[in-house]
Design a protein around this ligand. Structure first.
Ligand SMILES: *[C@@H]1O[C@H](CO)[C@@H](O)[C@H](O)[C@H]1NC(C)=O
Ligand SMILES: *[C@@H]1O[C@H](CO)[C@@H](O)[C@H](O)[C@H]1NC(C)=O
Length: 691
């Protein structure tokens, strides 16, 4: 790969040099010193070109970074209509080509996507990832472990008959559906995991061998080495063909460095893993995002849309069913998503602790501990916000990774397999130079999946052969194929990882599968006495449909979009809010909407000017801030609502204040200051009215 690249540059250049040498003096052959000076010239040219290639890569990435954010961009098109939004965006029948392979024990159905991570655009193969996580006690590169399935409630297994077990299991699903832990404490048996998309620049092995960076039971890259994959991808893009099995991926290659004149190439690669979240996540904290093109294409009202595979969600940063009012967070929007991502390690796996403190500029966690102590950032875990703390007037500054990408999470690594970059810092006269190498991987959240007791519930006590190959399960002793039909000859002989039919058939409603699904019902499986039991798939589904319980969502997609970072999309989202919530935003209209429809008239009154107390704390120095409340906001506060407002700026900072109106004193109290119990610079927890 490397040598091939070099030769492709060198050969034409050599030809030029030889031609030059010949024409200089047709008689005499060049001297050794002439040749060596020409080789030096050649090296310089190669250096120059390789540098320009690195620059070119930067140009492409920077363009993607300025135009958008990290996120999913596009899925494969398989339908079109009379309007542009009839063709798929990130969603068609389902978001990100989600589907079910519930006949596998831990496979999660997800088709091809194109995505951007920190400015690197790529296209995946058909994903169908597995419920696996980085190793918990081993830092080896790409070491993974199975995510443990939650146990089955003993209240279910202690029932004597299968009918009774089914009835009891339904009660647990009802408690989960209604989030009523006081009825049955489902939180021990319904466990949320966060699945995420991770990418980084990796070393290319000398033979160019392809590295499959994550497992799928159903799909693998269909190429002999990286060069083969790139050629196949080029051809399919050139000809518009598709890999029938969707097993090609577009994964770019880049020149990352030039060492002694040799360009160091790196291969972009990605994987999808999951992480068991350390605490329960209430299903009430998800809110549906309005992907309005999809709703219009399918003529779904908001409520209907939210119960389809096309719905995408947002996590409430406050981890509450009460959404904070839409507002700016001055110190950065950290919240539930950041807390979960911060549990997830990059390429060094769970044991890792790495600090980002090159050149004595240590980075701290954005949020101090409960008792106010500032702690160093563990850069080996996925994060996007951090802070620098300096003595003097500027004090604490919160910072976000990347220039404008609000979606990207980054984690540091020191793994050999990852290609890093070097940063050189010299003093003013170019002396006293220091070098630092850093390596990073990037991630975005994809979805939260609730694991349920169905993964292990085995009321017929069927034999689970685990990884054991087909021969036990799908081959009879005479070699004939067992198909899972409901006869002794044809029923599967127990279950294994990809013939995973443990659940009694009657537990599920009759109609559940979608187009790309391999979920099956009414499967015959022999129990350990050789009797045929009728069962159904026990793996992961987008929706579990249970008679008497209803539709239960198991997968909550929360992935961001690349368009989130586009300024056009920012305006489109603002227009969507204005149009879809007219009465709420009526005062924003330059001209009130005509022809009826709106029922709310603007609240009468004048703006209210409030100020914080003056603080003399240094840093930052003596100052105060102002807050202006509109008549509508005053009315909402007076009606008992609490929400967050942003102060004016003073001495280079402002605060986000969560306020409450106290009707006895007629005053405004500060409940939270920048999401903290107190303002960091010592303002009192009350606002004052100018008199
Ligand atoms: C990149 O090349 C420079 C110059 O040869 C070298 O000093 C540096 O260590 C290299 N960086 C990496 C990350 O390989
Ligand atoms: C704050 O809490 C941390 C961790 O619990 C502890 O190590 C530290 O000593 C505490 N600091 C203060 C000032 O109490």
């Amino acid at each position: 790969m490397k040598t091939q690249f070099l030769w492709s540059l060198l050969l034409p250049l050599m030809a030029v040099v030889i031609h030059k040498v010949k024409s200089q003096d047709a008689e005499a052959s060049p001297t050794l010193s002439e040749i060596s000076s020409m080789v030096q010239d050649l090296k310089n040219v190669v250096d120059l070109l390789a540098n320009q290639l690195m620059m070119q890569q930067l140009i492409v990435e920077e363009k993607a970074r300025f135009d958008g954010a990290s996120g999913i961009k596009q899925i494969r098109m398989d339908i079109a209509g009379t309007r542009p939004y009839h063709t798929p965006s990130h969603v068609r029948d389902s978001v990100a080509a989600y589907h079910d392979h519930a006949n596998y024990d831990r496979t999660v159905g997800m088709g091809e996507i194109s995505a951007v991570l920190n400015g690197v655009e790529f296209k995946t193969r058909h994903n169908d990832f597995k419920l696996v996580m980085p190793c918990t006690s081993d830092e080896s590169y790409h070491c993974i472990e199975n995510i443990p399935f939650p146990p089955v409630p003993p209240e279910v297994t202690s029932k004597t008959t299968v009918e009774e077990q089914i009835a009891e299991m339904k009660e647990w699903f009802k408690a989960f559906r209604d989030q009523k832990s006081y009825v049955r404490d489902y939180r021990k048996y319904f466990k949320p995991v966060m699945c995420y998309l991770e990418g980084t620049w990796t070393k290319i092995s000398p033979d160019g061998k392809l590295e499959e960076s994550f497992q799928s039971d159903r799909h693998a890259l269909d190429a002999t080495d990286w060069a083969d994959l790139h050629q196949k991808t080029r051809f399919t893009s050139y000809s518009g063909r598709k890999s029938q099995l969707e097993n090609f991926a577009f994964l770019p290659v880049a020149v990352m460095n030039i060492t002694d004149g040799i360009p160091k190439m790196a291969q972009w690669n990605y994987r999808i893993l999951c992480h068991p979240i350390s605490k329960d996540i209430s299903t009430a904290v998800f809110r549906v995002r309005d992907d309005i093109g999809s709703r219009l294409a399918y003529q779904s009202d908001f409520e209907t849309h939210s119960k389809t595979r096309r719905a995408r969600f947002q996590l409430n940063p406050d981890n509450s069913k009460f959404w904070p009012d839409e507002h700016l967070f001055v110190r950065g929007l950290t919240g539930l998503l950041d807390q979960i991502m911060e549990e997830i390690p990059g390429k060094n796996n769970y044991p890792a602790y790495l600090e980002d403190n090159i050149f004595d500029e240590p980075f701290y966690r954005l949020e101090p501990l409960e008792n106010g102590t500032e702690v160093m950032l563990n850069a080996a875990r996925y994060h996007r916000w951090y802070q620098v703390i300096k003595a003097g007037a500027s004090g604490r500054k919160s910072r976000h990774r990347s220039y404008s990408d609000a979606n990207v999470f980054m984690a540091m690594t020191d793994k050999d397999e990852v290609v890093g970059m070097t940063f050189k810092k010299c003093n003013q006269n170019g002396r006293d130079c220091k070098w630092a190498d850093q390596k990073w991987s990037y991630a975005i959240p994809l979805e939260i999946i609730y694991l349920t007791p169905l993964s292990l519930w085995n009321p017929y006590n069927l034999k689970n052969w685990g990884k054991d190959p087909d021969k036990m399960v799908v081959r009879a002793e005479d070699g004939t194929l067992r198909t899972g039909a409901q006869t002794v000859e044809k029923a599967y002989n127990g279950v294994n990882e990809y013939t995973y039919y443990l659940t009694p058939n009657e537990f599920f409603a009759s109609q559940e599968a979608g187009a790309a699904d391999t979920t099956r019902k009414g499967v015959g499986v022999l129990d350990q006495n050789g009797e045929v039991k009728i069962t159904s798939s026990s793996g992961i589904r987008v929706f579990i449909n249970i008679p008497d319980v209803g539709l239960i969502r198991q997968r909550y997609p929360i992935y961001p979009l690349t368009t989130d970072g586009s300024n056009i999309q920012k305006e489109v989202e603002a227009m969507k809010d204005l149009l879809m919530e007219q009465s709420r935003y009526i005062k924003m209209y330059r001209d009130p909407p005509q022809g009826g429809g709106t029922t709310t008239v603007p609240v009468e009154g004048t703006d209210l000017l409030l100020t914080t107390s003056t603080t003399t704390q240094n840093p930052p120095g003596e100052h105060f801030h102002e807050v202006v409340l509109s008549p509508e906001e005053q009315a909402r506060f007076e009606a008992g609502e609490m929400f967050t407002v942003t102060t004016s700026e003073a001495l280079g900072h402002s605060h986000s204040l969560r306020l409450r109106y106290d009707k006895y004193c007629g005053c405004y109290e500060i409940m939270r200051c920048d999401q903290q119990p107190e303002c960091w610079d010592g303002h009192m927890m009350e606002l004052f009215q100018e008199v």
